[in-house]
Ligand binder design. Structure first.
Ligand code: SF4
Length: 210
């Protein structure tokens, strides 16, 4: 099967098994998804949602994040990994949005990746899930692993994998490609013990073990 056909079949089956593919992070504004996504690096969405529930009650605007005493903000997020850096990045992003972007979270990849703590993956999430603008596909460790296992890309580099996924999937699917692969990766195609026998992709997966 060529790669485009393989991709079409994979995403048809995944869409059938995951009817509502969306992020598990909880947010009510574009800035809140920026905060949640920065916090989520190497932490679980469950942990992040626990923190942001209180955090978004306490800091109700971009200005509030910008003006908070840094040590207090760090304490407020201290149950995630790398919390000192993450809090600093959140605060500096808030300051830059206020001073350089009129208080509005940027709407382009080029501007978003200028914010501290925001690389291409985070920017794709903010654009797609926050602004509803899709120009790319967020590639995290699940997307890397599944793209390799499913024969969608042989690369390890997230930028090259994103390029491959953009080439072989129709534009209308771009907003859900990442969510579908992440959710399937979390629930079935785990890193250590993929549940081949319970997998809807078993018949077409080049990495299945009978
Ligand atoms: S068949 Fe196995 S390796 Fe392939 S996607 Fe399913 S769980 Fe992953």
């Amino acid at each position: 099967m060529d790669r485009k056909k393989q991709a079409r079949e994979i995403f048809r089956l995944l869409k059938k098994s995951i009817p509502e593919p969306k992020t598990a992070l909880e947010f009510r504004s574009v800035f809140q998804i920026l905060v949640a996504t920065i916090l989520s690096a190497q932490s679980t969405d469950v942990q992040v949602n626990k923190i942001t529930k209180q955090l978004f009650r306490k800091y109700r605007s971009i200005k509030a994040f910008a003006e908070a005493p840094l040590e207090e903000l760090q304490t407020d997020v201290s149950s995630v990994n790398f919390y000192r850096n993450k809090a600093r990045n959140i605060q500096n992003s808030a300051k830059m949005i206020i001073s350089g972007f009129n208080g509005k979270v940027p709407r382009t990849m080029e501007d978003l990746v200028r914010l501290p703590g925001v690389a291409r993956k985070t920017a794709n999430i903010i654009l797609t899930d926050g602004h509803g603008i899709t120009v790319g596909i967020a590639v995290d460790t699940h997307v890397i692993r599944l793209s390799n296992r499913l024969g969608l890309s042989e690369h390890k580099d997230p930028v090259k994998i994103e390029q491959d996924l953009l080439e072989i999937t129709p534009e209308k699917d771009w907003p859900v490609v990442s969510h579908l692969l992440i959710l399937h990766g979390r629930t079935v195609c785990n890193a250590r013990k993929p549940l081949h026998e319970n997998c809807v992709l078993f018949k077409i997966c080049p990495s299945r073990e009978e």
